[in-house]
Ligand binder design. Structure first.
Ligand code: HEM
Length: 404
């Protein structure tokens, strides 16, 4: 039986459920017609991130490429081609000055928006923080959309993430948003290359527009647009975690005090726990490079291998009492590179691990402290987070009133 209906029904719990039913290290079946093996654990990730075992090209289903990542994206490359393109992202995103610069831009944007929230009857934190992030990252990346364009850009960037794993109207909104934004950015890349638009040196726009692939040729305009979007879209998606941080502060208010007092070591632990505890990326996927196997389970060449990120972040062997929200677990023990995996595992310089993780850590630390020091009321609303919705989100978007 194909596993797609079960995935749609069970969402984040699909792979963990199968594993407990089959009581093995790996679980096998067919998903949308393709043979797959679901794996979990640090050793499984080490196996997965070894290019002798797993390849990314041809692994991503078309509906995900046409919404979330874009065709020709770095996510889909292997070997030297991947490392050459990946260096663009690691150089842009990982140095401490990049993290500090983008985090500072987010905090300035937050302060610029804050007075307007105070005057409003209600603020939906998901939408408000997405706007803060859109304004900050678009400026930081070298794009200066008009004030009136910020909300439309935000809506498109959020839609691409929100609609990647569903068949309904959310999915068609995501496709339309990607089409619109790739066209828009292709035009901008063309103008930068023609010299009719000045791009600030060292910004994501300038670096990606001028980047040459290994063969010395400029990226096709559309692919350059895809890669600029691969900086903008996931930065705006930090709004998912900001909303989760507010959710955590609401249900575990005892953490507020240390964050509000500016305890940065605790803020680091808190944001790690937000990224571990709350659902976002469910699993990742690649194709077996050859006939191989893991933990005694044979894996045919060309079949899909799916490491369960959510499952690993909630595995009691790695994180005792995984369904307790306890930032303290990370105060004494910073996470290992193969243990806490909301953004992939291993070394981001050489493998496919997310190059934006330090940005997420920096921004989420700063905004968690800022939120904890803010005053607001949380009126009655639907704060449920459904495990069968991918990507999950707080149902109400987290409404606050009397913000100051
Ligand atoms: C890759 C999650 C934020 C840029 C990934 C992967 C995951 C992930 C699961 C795939 C890892 C793999 O396949 O091995 C997240 C989450 C984020 C986030 C949950 C929270 C909002 C960011 C940010 C940026 C970014 C802020 C850039 C500013 C990328 C890129 C890749 C990637 C370019 C592809 C890397 C590659 O294939 O080598 N991310 N990410 N992400 N992420 Fe993130």
């Amino acid at each position: 039986m194909d596993a797609l209906p079960a995935l749609l029904r069970e969402g984040y719990l699909w792979l963990p459920h199968r594993r407990s039913k089959e009581s093995g290290a790996a679980t096998r079946g067919r998903l949308a017609g393709l043979r797959f093996t679901g794996v979990e654990g640090s050793d499984a990730l080490r196996f997965f991130y070894d290019e002798n075992n797993i390849r990314r090209s041809g692994a991503m289903p078309e509906p995900i490429l046409s919404t979330l990542f874009g065709h020709g994206a770095v996510h889909t490359l292997d070997g030297e081609e991947h490392r050459h393109r990946k260096a663009v992202f690691t150089h842009l995103l990982m140095p401490p000055e990049s993290v500090a610069g983008l985090t500072a831009a987010v905090m300035r944007s937050w302060e610029a928006e804050r007075p307007a929230w105070a005057g409003r009857e209600r603020v939906v934190l998901f939408d408000a923080s997405a706007r803060v992030l859109t304004r900050a990252v678009s400026g930081w990346a070298g794009l200066d959309p008009d004030e009136g364009e910020i909300d439309r850009l935000r809506d498109d960037l959020v839609a691409m993430v929100d609609g990647f794993a569903t068949a309904g109207p959310r999915h068609w909104r995501a496709r339309a948003a990607r089409y619109r934004r790739e066209r828009w950015l292709s035009g901008i890349v063309r103008e930068v290359r023609a010299g009719t638009l000045a791009a600030r040196e060292g910004t994501a726009l300038e670096v990606i527009a001028r980047h040459r692939d290994r063969d010395g040729v400029l990226l096709p305009e559309r692919v350059a647009a895809v890669e600029v979007l691969n900086v903008l879209r996931p930065t705006v998606a930090i709004c998912w975690f900001v909303t989760y941080a507010a959710h955590a502060l609401h249900f575990w208010p005892q953490h507020r005090e240390r964050l509000a007092a500016g305890d940065t070591a605790f803020a680091t632990a808190f944001q790690h726990e937000v990224r571990r505890y709350y659902p976002f990326a469910p699993f990742i996927g690649g194709r077996a490079a050859r006939d191989t196997g893991w933990a005694g389970t044979p894996i045919p060449g060309g079949s899909m291998v799916l490491p369960d990120l959510y499952g690993q972040n909630h595995d009691e062997r790695v994180f005792p009492r995984p369904y307790d929200f306890r930032p303290e677990r990370f105060v004494e023990n910073p996470p290992g590179e193969w243990d806490l995996v909301p953004q992939g595992a291993g070394d981001p310089e050489t493998g496919h691990r997310c190059p934006g993780e330090r940005i997420v850590v920096g921004v989420l630390e700063a905004l968690s402290m800022r939120l904890a020091a803010s005053h607001y009321r949380v009126p009655p609303q639907n704060l449920h987070i459904r495990a069968d919705r991918i990507p999950a989100r707080v149902a109400s978007g987290f409404v606050v009133t009397s913000f100051s």
